[in-house]
Design a protein. Structure first.
Length: 256
């Protein structure tokens, strides 16, 4: 029998610089099964999609208990490793973040995303403060005896529009990456960055394998592999695509 820890170790092994793991984000048990049937190697939830699918806004407006129940259903529906987007950790303090991570582990997660911005307004947290939150998450995983993959998301590149991104922002993200690695993080998720030179510098200099999000302007998988990226997330894209298809199909049915 494959244990939760076996799945966690497998998930770790899938993060290889230059051979990016593709995560086509799911939002419920049905979408997770559909993604699994496409020969996916793991399942990841996206907070925006899970919230939208259940009538909530993103930004921890979806109750944590609801998110964890959704996680349990996904874990029961697929045999693959499942990582959950925990947004900012649903907690004001590192201890509360640790409790959230412990609950996610109890629900079957083998990985999580934890972002370094405030859910209310997207402002960046102090680097040291976020490192303490990540350290609490690592302690929770150690206490549970699971080699959880903690993906430290930095929202540096959400602070300015893409045309204003520069190498100074890359260095800011790398400084955070070093602190987050020291705190026990396993990966660096950098959504919002789109320019190949910036992505290449991040992947080259980060102490953690780099995860980018597929979005307009981001190079394709082959180019991202050359740049050294280890993971590609699709975020809310799959949900938006599915809902667009549903709307258009419904419109056609009603018109016919």
């Amino acid at each position: 029998m494959t244990t939760q820890n076996d799945k966690a170790r497998l998930f770790h092994s899938l993060h290889v610089r230059g051979e990016p793991l593709v995560l086509f984000n799911a939002w419920d048990a049905g979408s997770a099964r559909a993604v699994a049937e496409a020969d996916a190697r793991a399942i990841a939830t996206g907070s925006w999609s899970v919230a939208a699918a259940n009538g909530f806004k993103d930004g921890e407006c979806l109750p944590l208990a609801f998110a964890l129940d959704n996680l349990r259903r996904i874990v029961a529906a697929v045999e693959l490793p499942v990582t959950i987007d925990l947004e900012s950790g649903y907690g004001e303090t590192p201890g509360e973040v640790g409790a959230t991570v412990a609950a996610a582990l109890a629900a079957g997660a083998i990985g999580c995303n934890l972002e370094d911005s405030f859910p209310a307004d997207g402002r960046l947290r102090d680097t040291g403060e976020q490192a303490a939150r990540l350290a609490a998450a690592r302690r929770a995983a150690q206490d549970a005896g699971v080699a959880m993959f903690i993906n430290a998301r930095t929202d540096v590149f959400f602070q300015k529009p893409a045309e204003a991104h520069d190498m100074a922002m890359v260095e800011d993200a790398l400084e955070r990456a070093r602190a987050y690695a020291d705190a026990g993080a396993d990966g660096l998720f950098v959504p919002g960055v789109v320019a190949a030179p910036l992505i290449g510098r991040l992947a080259e200099a980060s102490p953690l394998p780099v995860n980018v999000m597929a979005m307009p302007g981001v190079p394709g998988r082959a180019r991202l592999a050359v740049l050294g990226v280890a993971r590609i997330s699709h975020g809310p894209g799959p949900y938006r695509g599915a809902m667009h298809w549903l709307t258009e199909a419904a419109r056609a049915a009603m018109a016919g």
